[in-house]
Design a protein around this ligand. Structure first.
Ligand code: GLN
Length: 454
């Protein structure tokens, strides 16, 4: 089929599904067809076509796209049209992918259900009354519902892996620094990382290879050689040691999820892996540490929305009331909560008790991981404690919402790569995700295990 046909089909599918799914905030149909025509012209002229050329993709709406609205799911950026392109989307453009549009997210990527978006609530394609997870819920739903082949997400505490798990797709948070964040609207800069959603492990490997790599415009970008990740996709797992994180199978875990992950581990054993139980005793302190560190960084990052440089402005008599009026009406409840938490944790007198303590906990968690990786190559645990919950179920209870990131957060605190892959269904037919974790820059091992299992 021609690129125009593939793109037209994708756009028709989006048109048919969006009234119930709401995964896109903005659809770039004209630009997509324009790009598709160029790809077809190359094919007609018998020019060589790259692997990703003509592939329809979706982009989480916290990545800047030149000339195309980028709202971050926030009313404060309702009118923001970036004058520049993020590095990841630039790379994908140059590779000839076809961007279909920008996907919905929790406001500024703060949330676990995509319900804090200032615009719309995205549904889970497996059960429209349930959430797709978050914050990259729009991207996860778009890939699961086959609106796009692959999608970009960002993950600060689980925002790629948890929605991947809820929507039954593959989601990868790469090593901190592997993918450039230039043009990604910052949430918590020491944790944010961009990564792929895909329906197969192979697609995820190809897509990561396309977006990874050194970028002088991102000071945290790692200057390393990027391997061809597809060469790690092999059917067997001989000599690989896999550790099951003991502490993740305790209280709060839906037994059906635990059972599915245990069965998946049995499968990994049959494929030749050596299985070992591993203890990460400080893993569970990740959640409280994260909810100090992430809001602290967010409170600083969000100071830029001052009604002058970006987004909407509520005019007022004084400068101060212009700031406060704009921020009061532009930010949603969850974002305000995070700003309050962050400014409190950083304020004089509380800094040592909260922020500094949380940073120490972060170091201890990294030590747990370092010890674990002296014994095994890859760690395994559930991605989330439950399957997708009902829309509205947790919106009034932030703490129970935060708990859905219990198992993904330590990975961000350690700067490690983590992948969620589908590993079964619960009794309602909702997908369950298994999380694979490796040491820094060992994405090769994640792809190896995930591919063999798939
Ligand atoms: N749910 C977590 C939060 O609200 C993680 C979000 C993310 O990874 N962007 O902060």
């Amino acid at each position: 089929r021609s690129a125009v046909e593939i793109t037209t089909e994708a756009l028709e599918r989006i048109e048919a599904l969006e009234p119930s799914l709401h995964s896109f905030l903005y659809i770039t149909a004209d630009q997509a067809l324009e790009t598709a025509k160029k790809v077809d012209a190359k094919i007609a002229a018998k020019q060589e076509i790259g692997l990703l050329e003509g592939i329809p993709i979706a982009i989480k709406d916290n990545m800047c796209t030149q000339g195309i609205p980028t709202t971050c799911g926030s009313k404060i950026l309702e009118n923001f049209v970036p004058p520049y392109e993020s590095t990841v989307t630039q790379k994908l453009k140059e590779l000839g992918t076809i961007a279909l549009g920008k996907t919905n997210l929790d406001e500024f990527a703060m949330g676990s259900s995509t319900e804090t978006s200032g615009y719309q609530v995205t549904a889970n394609p497996w059960d429209l009354s349930r959430v797709p997870g978050g914050s990259s819920g729009g991207s996860a739903a778009a890939v699961a519902a086959e609106e796009a082949v692959v999608a970009l997400g960002s993950d600060t505490g689980g925002s790629i892996r948890q929605p991947a798990s809820y929507c039954g797709v593959v989601g990868l948070k790469p090593t901190y620094g592997l993918v450039s964040r230039f043009g990604l609207v910052a949430y918590a800069s020491s944790l944010d990382q961009i990564g792929p959603f895909a329906r197969t492990v192979e697609d995820a490997a190809i897509f990561l290879g396309a977006i990874a790599g050194y970028d002088p415009k991102d000071s945290t970008s790692l200057n390393i050689e990027i391997p061809d990740y597809t060469k790690f996709l092999k059917p067997k797992l001989s000599k690989l040691k896999i550790g099951i994180i003991k502490e993740t199978f305790g209280e709060g875990l839906d037994p059906v999820v635990g059972e599915a992950v245990h069965q998946a581990v049995e499968q990994l054993k049959k494929l030749g892996a050596k299985i070992k139980e591993i203890s990460c005793p400080r893993f569970r302190y990740g959640l409280p540490a994260y909810y100090i560190i992430a809001p602290s960084e967010a409170s600083a990052n969000l100071a830029r929305y001052d009604a002058v440089k970006y987004g909407i402005r509520k005019d007022a008599d004084t400068l101060m009331s212009m700031y406060t009026g704009t921020r009061a009406s532009g930010f949603g409840t969850e974002v305000k909560r995070r700003i309050m938490l962050g400014t409190y944790a950083l304020s004089a007198g509380y800094y040592d008790a909260y922020y500094l303590k949380a940073q120490k906990v972060r170091t201890l968690i990294k030590q747990d991981f370092d010890q674990a990786f002296e014994e095994v190559d890859v760690l395994v645990c559930p991605t989330a404690p439950t399957t997708a919950f009902k829309a509205g179920e947790k919106t009034d209870d932030p703490l129970s919402m935060y708990l859905s990131d219990l198992m993904t957060i330590p990975v961000n605190l350690g700067g490690l790569p983590g992948m969620s892959i589908p590993c079964g269904f619960d009794s309602l037919g909702l997908p369950i995700g298994m999380q694979l974790i490796s040491n820094v820059l060992r994405e090769d091992l994640l792809f190896q295990v995930a591919f063999a299992y798939e």
